[in-house]
Design a protein around this ligand. Structure first.
Ligand code: FA5
Length: 341
């Protein structure tokens, strides 16, 4: 019986056949079980002998069943793996990618452009002291020009910065504290805040990029050349700039800079309100008093500075007519910039 059982088990083609064989040879109705029933009629020695042999046979059958089961399971797994073959050459499913915000794109463009001209990028705090935001920028308490830049106050002496110009003072005073007066060439992009009423071109929170160059023998020609290069690289070679006299307490002389309208080519249209020119930034020669307050001797050092509104640049570059579009988080608007770097 044992040999016949082992043979049947070995021949089992799948787990079902194996189970049938197991039931047939180890189950209640199996020939071994039937033979064991006859043990009652045997003598003591015969019974012991028969019991020993039939137990050995049962154990060897059970062992064989286990071994065969493991073998069949391994085969079944292998077959499953083969049938579920993964084709690693199939293209993967594309995850929807986000896009850079247009203001970030413009900020990156500006950084790359000025880094290429040998500038460094500096950062300053958005929560600023009155001292840096106004006093060191030649706007003492009670100065009428403070009204143009009303802001959100944390307390009497702490506020949300109204422009990136205070970073000028941080950079200059840092140099003085670390080795004394030395040439400076930095841009400082970042967020700015004003208590302006929101409309199509104004927001209570916006972004600026400051530029500051301090060295010996710096003139207005250096400022104009730098801005011309910036405008042509940012908006195209055909664009011209125009400087108009203006006033900022921290620069003297001060200018407002316009670029020729890209829409009508300078002839006059609704975008430039018929003038052919669009205002883009404020700039000027660093006021000697500011240099002095920040530790630079104005008899030895001169500088120029400029402050660019990033939303304004993005609106001109991408032909956007409402500044609110930048802050509404509408994916239909933002997705238009995917693929831009
Ligand atoms: C300034 O903030 C000066 N600090 C710029 C400067 C720097 C002049 C260095 C000289 C030397 P102004 O207030 O004009 O200047 O702002 C500069 C630019 O910021 C504006 O041309 C405009 O593009 C942008 N801007 C100002 N207010 C807002 C606002 N509420 N919303 C959006 N953009 C604004």
């Amino acid at each position: 019986i044992g040999e016949e059982a082992l043979k049947k088990i070995q021949e089992a083609a799948d787990l079902k056949e194996l189970n049938d064989a197991r039931v047939a040879y180890l189950g209640k109705k199996s020939p071994i079980q039937a033979a064991m029933k006859q043990m009652r009629d045997m003598s003591k020695e015969e019974r012991a002998n028969f019991g020993k042999i039939s137990n050995e046979v049962k154990q060897s059958i059970a062992k064989k069943v286990e071994a065969k089961k493991a073998e069949l399971e391994a085969l079944a797994l292998e077959a499953k793996i083969q049938s579920e073959d993964i084709d690693i050459s199939l293209p993967s499913r594309r995850l929807p990618a986000g896009s850079l915000h247009p203001i970030t794109i413009v900020k990156n463009d500006l950084e790359n452009l000025f880094l290429g001209m040998g500038y460094e990028v500096a950062e300053g705090p958005e929560v600023e002291t009155d001292h840096y935001n106004f006093e060191l920028m030649n706007l003492p308490k009670g100065h009428p020009a403070r009204d143009m830049q009303d802001t959100f106050y944390i307390d009497e002496n702490t506020l949300m910065r109204t422009h990136t110009s205070p970073v000028q003072a941080h950079v200059m005073l840092d140099k003085i504290a670390n080795g004394g007066a030395q040439p400076i060439k930095v841009i400082c992009p970042g967020k700015t805040y004003r208590r302006d009423d929101d409309d199509a071109t104004h927001s209570h929170q916006f972004a600026q990029c400051e530029g500051l160059v301090v060295d010996k023998n710096i003139t207005m020609a250096d400022l104009k050349g730098t801005l011309e290069l910036f405008v042509k690289k940012m908006f195209g070679e055909k664009r011209e700039i125009r400087l108009r006299p203006s006033y900022f307490p921290f620069t003297e002389p001060s200018v407002e800079v316009d670029i020729s309208c890209g829409n009508c080519g300078g002839k006059g249209c609704s975008m430039c309100k018929g003038t052919g020119w669009i205002e883009i930034l404020g700039a000027g020669m660093v006021n000697p008093h500011v240099l002095e307050m920040c530790g630079y001797d104005p008899k030895e050092w001169q500088g120029f500075a400029f402050g660019i509104g990033l939303e304004r640049v993005a609106m001109l570059k991408y032909d956007i007519d409402n500044i609110r579009d930048f802050y509404n988080d509408d994916l239909r608007f933002l997705n238009q910039f995917s693929g831009e770097e």
